[in-house]
Write a protein that binds this ligand. Structure first.
Ligand code: GLU
Length: 597
């Protein structure tokens, strides 16, 4: 999510001030909304207490981590409908204990076959559309991948049918959940655009206003949709009646007569849905201080950018540094890695991504050579040349581009089972509230993921790897990550937050692995995010002495009220698992284990 953030930022402040209270005494079972829990038998961590509870119930009844992850994700589609759901896409990373291998599913939304490079150029002006006009539009809706991801994960590694995995979420949608301050604030931040679309207004603005904190929010349409999807299977979406409804909604958004905005018609056709498939991809892998770090390869830039940053940081001993020096290196690593990401990463079906170079230690050493220990780099720094041979500080290629501000949307969950299988799964509808277009009578929002494409070439005179094209997947930053130690699970983590996802995952890893923080403290620590911009974003909690020391090195700090909303697991000796969620951000997350100790 980028640029269009004023409302969301204000909402985040409200969220920060609100207590991390339990979501719903009626709907919640035994699981209180706590940020950390340790024990045995499997674990789930998500942003939401109902979703975590549902995942744990699946584990308790003998389901595995994949079953639990799908059930939890479906529940997040109910309680976090502005962040995730079957109208969107995501990336699923899975460690299989039996074969000791890490797998990934790319369930990213794709551009329809009628989408061209100039889809986001306004024919009237010849200029890129203003970002909000791209967002609030059928044009931004990509072919959704989430339902196909769930089915594929269950087929490959799960034990439940899709129907069984969706049942608890359907019950939750039927019975309702208690509106908390986060849900209320997110609705309020979206009120004017939700009000423009009849089924969105009817569902999310009952009586013309955001639902009150403490009220029960029911979504019987979504309950019916989940049940029918379970009965008929995902072909109902990709080849059947639900697909036809999605297509007609995208082509003619159900705009209210009194709408304040024009919602442009989208380009999706039935054949785009039937052509969709998720993609099994080989994970990215780098070794970092004896750990094996696995992530999501392109079409996401998450895996390669976290990996390159880690490789850069391996050039210094973060452990022995004072906080300011360690933070300086952390910021400089991502300044450089983002220059490379923007220049080289796109959908690999369309772009020759130099992935091997981006993941290589040699290239990272060249980039690390450019870090001045005493002074912040001057952004935008230029991308490097990731091809071998590697020597000295390497060469640079053209000019760099800063990555714009990104806000809070999307959701991440982590799950593990008693057999040692682990899931890190990030899913999204892009902006908080997606395209604002609800499929009439179906209870879910459609994504605006195609606004993750560049609207116009980013680098003058150089090919932009992230321009739209028919059937192309927009570049993502989602970074579901699984870390092994000696071939066994050690950590699993991820976060929402657009391009800040990458820095959040990196900062959490560095905090835990190098800086001696507990996993909870590493997640809770005040965040900084540098993405090749003139300024580094800093949360309000960054201490004054650290700020002063960074500023003395030339870092320009800019406030960002809230960066990310991570969830994570740590696998402890003796088969114990520690589940961790945010203590405060986004109203606090929910960590649970099957048998707490
Ligand atoms: N669309 C973003 C991405 O794929 C995620 C949305 C967000 O978290 O802001 O990177």
């Amino acid at each position: 999510m980028r640029r269009w953030v004023a409302g969301a930022a204000a909402a985040a402040l409200v969220v920060l001030a609100s207590p991390a209270a339990s979501a719903d005494p009626a709907a919640s079972g035994a699981i209180p909304k706590v940020p950390v829990m340790t024990g045995f038998g499997g674990a789930v961590s998500s942003v939401d207490a109902d979703a975590t509870r549902i995942g744990l119930e699946v584990l308790r009844r003998g389901g595995n981590a994949v079953d639990a992850a799908v059930a939890t994700a479906a529940a997040l589609g109910v309680t976090e409908p502005y962040s995730a759901g079957i109208g969107g896409g995501g990336y699923f990373v899975y460690y299989d204990a039996r074969t000791r291998t890490v797998h990934t599913i790319d369930g990213r939304e794709t551009a329809p076959s009628r989408m061209t490079e100039t889809a986001f150029i306004d024919p009237a002006t010849g200029k890129p559309l203003p970002f909000d006009q791209g967002v609030n539009s059928g044009l931004s809706v990509g072919v959704p991948g989430t339902a196909a991801t769930w089915q594929h994960a269950l087929d490959a590694w799960g034990t439940l049918s899709l129907r069984k995995a969706l049942d608890p979420a359907a019950d939750l949608a039927q019975r309702g959940f208690t509106v908390d301050a986060t849900f209320q604030a997110q609705t309020a931040a979206n009120q004017t655009r939700f009000d423009d679309i009849v089924p969105t207004r009817d569902l999310f603005l009952p009586g013309g206003a955001p639902p009150a904190v403490g009220s029960t929010f029911r979504n019987p349409d979504l309950a019916r949709t989940y049940r029918q999807l379970g009965r008929e299977g995902v072909d109902w979406l990709y080849r059947g009646g639900l697909g036809r409804e999605v297509v007609s909604t995208v082509q003619a958004p159900p705009v209210a007569p009194d709408a304040d905005r024009v919602f442009r018609p989208g380009l999706m056709q039935q054949r785009d849905l039937s052509a969709y498939s998720v993609i099994d991809r080989k994970p990215t892998r780098v070794d970092y201080r004896g750990l094996q770090v696995y992530g999501m390869p392109p079409s996401s830039s998450g895996g390669s950018t976290v990996a390159e940053s880690l490789n850069i940081l391996e050039n210094v001993d973060l452990k022995s540094m004072d906080a300011a020096t360690a933070t300086h290196y952390y910021l400089e690593a991502t300044r450089l890695a983002f220059a490379d990401r923007n220049r080289y990463v796109g959908d690999p079906a369309f772009v020759d991504v130099p992935l091997r170079g981006l993941l290589s230690q040699g290239f990272a050493d060249e980039r690390a050579c450019r870090i001045d220990p005493a002074h912040a780099g001057v952004s935008p720094v230029a991308p490097g040349d990731p091809t071998a041979p590697y020597e000295g500080c390497g060469t640079t290629v053209g000019a760099g581009e800063p990555e714009p501000y990104e806000g809070l949307s999307t959701t991440h969950l982590t799950a593990a089972d008693r057999w040692g299988n682990v899931v890190a799964y990030t899913l999204t509808i892009e902006q908080t509230g997606g395209s604002a277009i609800t499929v009439p009578g179906r209870g879910f929002l459609l994504n605006n993921e195609l606004t993750d494409f560049s609207f116009a070439p980013l680098f003058p005179g150089v090919p932009d790897p992230n321009l739209p094209a028919p059937g192309k997947r927009p570049r993502s930053s989602m970074s579901p990550t699984i870390v092994l130690k000696g071939g066994k699970p050690y950590l699993a983590l991820g976060s929402p937050g657009g391009a800040t996802i990458i820095t959040t995952v990196l900062q959490t890893l560095v905090g835990r692995v190098d800086r001696g923080l507990s996993l909870l403290d590493a997640v809770a620590a005040p965040r900084l995010s540098q993405r090749n911009g003139a300024a580094t974003e800093a949360e309000p909690g960054v201490p004054a002495d650290l700020r002063a020391a960074l500023q003395a090195r030339g870092h320009v700090l800019k406030d960002n009220p809230e960066i990310g909303a991570a969830t994570a697991l740590e696998f402890l000796p003796g088969g114990r698992i520690q589940a961790v969620a945010e203590p405060v951000r986004r109203g606090g997350g929910s960590a649970g284990v099957v048998w707490p100790t």
